[in-house]
Ligand binder design. Structure first.
Ligand code: TTP
Ligand code: MG
Ligand code: MG
Length: 449
């Protein structure tokens, strides 16, 4: 998944900031996310009022997610399970499984990364993307958004909705209006008209307190709010009044920072027990190369500079980099270089604690100069793409290229004691890393995961 986009606050008078004339901001939010993940394993419950939060309405917890069928009875998130039980006596109550939700969230994030290098996951089930500049790959933003939502559902089996507009605010309100399984596009210039009939509470950032103040002023809808002059709102709410003035017109308080491209992509592994077994070390390098390479392709990038990190017993860490003649995004190219760096620089007398593979010096796409090789490369790229698709669906270890062994096999010989050692090693390494960060002279010695 590509590095996340950064956001920067918008300052200045609201009049200075007219809305962009293009609609490239997409907000995606999964429908009844926790419930939908549970339904993957319990398809017989589809169409029923399902409530996640606790296995029974007699428990003390709250509802975390309710199916759209349960919502018809008035059940919603954050409601005590007991209340939900009273409102919906035939509801099916399930326990939550957070590790599963974060795994599915990662899979969704990976799909989003295929559609734009600028993705910000804002919670476990929602993200903003900027689709500007992705036309060549996916078509105009509306077509891309439609394709993206369909791909999420066909790949994961999970329903989702989206909002496409000129700002984050419009996109977010749009996706909420689109639910479930919908896409709302707000055409440029029609933002105020789209927001006008909605209750003020629908605007992100307007909570219970502001809603109460606005209602006290007789302002129920966003249209009512938009009719109030800036100076009046400012007099009542101070700086917040300026934000409200902007929000009522669909304006954001934040904007995407353009240079959101990752500077490097890296993967490390700390062994449960320090090892000098060449086969184990090779297979790990192959695995790390493939992981880094998959992220590279997801970000639509190619790399020229490859760096190998070897940390030996103790904390001696060595990094060796090589710059390629031409950029690549193929596993085979990357692994071959990493392997040769390893052969040249490995100290055979020492046991290895950590291996790392880092990719840098990125360029967009994969502009290969060697035309004779083009056909062969196209085949390899197709293979990589197919493998990436299978991994998104069934997990990274579902496909491994030659020389790499599956995760379970890598760790099969790790008993509890070794896992404990690994945890200790990792904890110590983190401590060392903090020290290293304080001392920038050593910075190049460490690539975070
Ligand atoms: P939401 O996207 O707010 O809700 P949702 O996905 O269940 O339903 P919707 O179709 O309206 O988007 O939250 C995402 C997940 O976060 C949700 O499935 C469960 C979890 N969550 C909580 O644990 N507690 C909460 O109070 C809320 C709102 C969500
Ligand atoms: Mg959701
Ligand atoms: Mg959400």
């Amino acid at each position: 998944m590509p590095d996340l986009a950064r956001f920067r606050a918008i300052h200045g008078a609201p009049e200075e900031h007219s809305l962009p004339p293009t609609t490239s901001i997409l907000h995606v939010d999964m429908d009844a996310f926790f419930v939908s993940v549970e339904l993957l394993e319990r398809p017989e419950l589809r169409g029923k009022p399902v409530i996640v939060g606790g296995g029974s309405p007699d428990q003390r917890g709250v509802v975390t997610s309710a199916s759209y069928e349960a919502r018809k009875f008035g059940v919603h998130s954050a409601m005590p399970l007991r209340t939900a039980g009273k409102l919906c006596p035939h509801g099916i109550f399930l326990d939550g499984h957070h590790h599963k939700y974060s795994e599915w969230s990662d899979r969704v994030a990976t799909i989003l990364g295929k559609f734009s290098p600028i993705v910000e996951m804002v919670s476990i089930d929602e993200a903003y993307l900027d689709l500007a500049g992705t036309e060549r790959l996916h078509g105009p933003p509306l077509a891309a958004a439609d394709k993206l939502l369909r791909m999420i559902t066909s790949t994961t089996g999970l329903p989702c909705s989206g909002g496409l507009g000129s700002t984050r605010l419009i996109a977010k309100v749009g996706s909420e209006q689109a639910k479930p399984r919908g896409l709302v596009w707000v055409a440029p210039g029609s933002e105020a008209q789209f927001l006008a009939p909605l209750p003020v509470r629908k605007i992100p950032g307007i909570g219970e307190v502001t809603e109460r103040s606005l209602l006290a002023l007789g302002l129920k809808t966003v249209g009512d709010l938009a009719a109030i002059p800036h100076h009046k709102l400012q007099k009542i709410f101070g700086q917040w009044g300026t934000a409200l003035y902007r929000k009522a017109r669909g304006g954001d308080s934040y904007e995407f920072v353009i240079d959101a491209e990752p500077k490097s992509i890296s993967h490390n592994h700390t062994f449960g027990e320090d090892t000098s077994d060449t086969e184990v070390l090779h297979s790990m390098l192959s695995h790390l190369s493939q992981k880094a390479c998959k992220r590279l392709r997801e970000a639509g990038l190619s790399t020229r500079t490859l760096t190998l990190t070897i940390r030996y017993q103790g904390f001696d860490t060595y990094t060796r980099a090589r710059t390629l003649a031409a950029p690549t995004n193929l596993d085979s190219d990357i692994f071959a270089t990493i392997q040769s760096l390893f052969h040249e620089h490995r100290n055979l007398k020492r046991r290895v604690r950590l291996l790392g593979v880092a990719l840098g010096s990125f360029s967009q796409g994969n502009d290969q100069l060697d035309l004779l090789e083009a056909e062969k490369r196209a085949k390899l790229e197709k293979l990589a793409k197919t493998a990436d698709g299978l991994r998104d669906r069934f997990g990274f270890d579902s496909v491994q290229f030659g020389g790499s062994i599956r995760h379970e096999e890598r760790n099969a010989n790790e008993g509890w004691g070794q896992q404990e050692t690994r945890r200790k090693n990792e904890a110590e390494d983190k401590k060392q890393k903090r020290k290293t960060e304080k001392n920038p002279a050593n910075e190049s010695d460490f690539y975070p995961d």
